[in-house]
Design a protein around this ligand. Structure first.
Ligand SMILES: [Zn+2]
Ligand SMILES: [Zn+2]
Length: 247
């Protein structure tokens, strides 16, 4: 068993709210400087930049899980993680069908760039990505699981766009794979108690939208090898796999 430093929630310049400097070389270069070993790329309602980040990660010796930060119809954010690019691409196709077709107003929301491996801008996504899809939280979790992915409730210690902010608790019977907290302190004891009661380890992720938004390692996973299956066990504290956080 080895312990790996991870950050499972990062945006690229495809997210309208992210800085245009968030290219593969910049994000992965910053992650490497900080000592992060496992990352996930989670743009809002899209995964069109996932492949180039996975590719660049292989080149630099950093594991990158392709993912997405889905916005449900309740305006709850879910971090969806996959092992294979084909899985995230299938998920993206499903999500795009359930994304209201509104045009991005880039003066208001920001630019949405698909880039190549070298970070060159190749195409601007015209439809607005930062908007609620038609999926309920339950539907989203079910489909992500069918595709073989993991679903984490994003930044539950934030009021906006979080499951906890929406409901004031973690709903009973929702088969989430884990929950995510921001690096910001203080923690809420009641929230941590419920997370633990539900049998979850929580991950701490940066949700970085610009290079300085990445944090030095805050969260570590003890795994036999780096895979989504191992991460699934760690998030549930099963079979000796575990998550450790510094805050
Ligand atoms: Zn979010
Ligand atoms: Zn985010």
């Amino acid at each position: 068993m080895k312990e790996w430093a991870l950050d499972l929630h990062l945006h690229t310049l495809l997210s309208p709210c992210a800085d245009n400097s968030m290219t593969p070389a910049v994000v992965l270069g910053r992650a490497q400087e900080l000592g992060l070993e496992i990352l996930a790329i989670t743009d809002h309602n899209t995964a069109e930049n996932a492949a180039v980040f996975v590719d660049k990660g292989k080149e630099m010796g950093i594991k990158v899980f392709p993912g997405m930060e889905l916005q449900t119809r309740e305006d709850v954010h879910l971090v969806c993680l996959f092992e294979q690019l084909e899985q995230v691409e299938q998920w993206q196709e499903i999500v795009y069908k359930k994304l209201p077709s509104l045009e991005n107003k880039k003066e208001i929301f920001g630019e949405q760039w698909v880039v190549d491996h070298d970070g060159q801008k190749i195409r601007e996504v015209q439809r607005l990505l930062l908007v609620g899809t038609e999926f309920s939280v339950e539907e989203a979790v079910e489909i992500v699981h069918k595709l073989g992915g993991l679903c984490l409730a994003a930044h539950i210690d934030r009021q906006a766009f979080s499951l906890w902010g929406h409901l004031g608790c973690l709903p009973q019977g929702l088969p989430l794979d884990g929950v995510e907290l921001t690096p910001h302190l203080p923690r809420h004891p009641e929230q941590l108690a419920q997370v633990r009661k539900e049998g979850f380890a929580y991950v701490v992720s940066s949700d970085a939208h610009y290079p300085d938004g990445l944090y030095p390692p805050q969260c570590f996973a003890s795994l036999e090898e780096v895979s989504l299956a191992e991460l699934r066990l760690a998030l549930k504290n099963q079979e000796g796999r575990s998550i450790r956080t510094l805050r």
